[in-house]
Write a protein that binds this ligand. Sequence first.
Ligand code: SF4
Length: 341
Amino acid sequence: MRFSEDLLSWYDANARALPWRGERDPYRVWLSEIMLQQTQTQTVKGYYARFLERFPTVFDLAAADEETVLKLWEGLGYYSRARNLHAAARRVAAEMGGRFPATAEALRRLPGVGPYAANAIASIAWGEPVPALDGNQARVLSRVLAWEDVLNTPFDLVDPAAVLIDRQRPGDYNQALMDLGAAICTPKAPRCDACPVAAHCRARAEDAAMDFPRKRAPAAKKQQDRTILLVMLNGRLLVRRRPKGLLGGLYEFAALEGHYAEDGLRAALAEAGFAGIRIDRRLPDAKHVFTHIVWRMQGWLAECDGAPEGYSPVDAAQLEALPFPSALRTYWEIAKEAVSR
Ligand code: SF4
């Protein structure tokens, strides 16, 4: 039997039951694929259901305002995905009469649809035989092929992957490889003895599954010291909307680059335009790891008599309703308590 036949027989008997499985509606396939990027399947299930309930069609999503979309996305991370999702929905609704493009190449022109997502959507929704190469698929294929080169991107494997793909059932084939990577050919403990494609696998033949994919030494993440300030003004808390860039469009508390002793902090806040600052107390430290950067955060609670431009004072209910990044979760919880008193 061929590689793809063994893989699909296994998939037919063992496919994970997921809410988007068997779905061929391009809107739903697109939504699930964008959500699944860099996010665990278990986490996506609830978001997928809530999005579809709120926005049953691409027209509903296109008509929503950005803040509503970001609020519903809150906790999924990588917020540029949500902004791109919204922009793509608007384009499909306004310029394409609500019909998603029918080829991977055309799908790639939508905001936020990279080569992986385009191929996944085109294969699942339209049956186009293109490999959906993400890190998961690339790991499995690099083992099956005992691929010696370090992969710069999963698409370095596009030529052999295009030969292996099943041309009758490309969508199922791509999902089968994802499931195999999730259940059997896992990063740290591949279960070769239970693997349906073991007979085709060169890494297995060489008893060297863990040696693939070949790796280069990882680059160190940039460490950034930040001070997060919960500043109260007349019993309400000061927040502002982040500009474009990292976490753009979400809300945040007052923040300064670097760490400070109390005196230095008072001076820095005065320089930033806060009037009559009174430091209340130091809050717990927190850390958040992004893809390329690590925030090492120190927090403070303070009061002031006047805030610089751009800040709005909010009460507990307003705070609950605004989209905040999970990077600020620790301080958000403390803020909720402080503003509810
Ligand atoms: S035989 Fe082992 S290394 Fe090869 S695909 Fe299966 S689980 Fe992965």
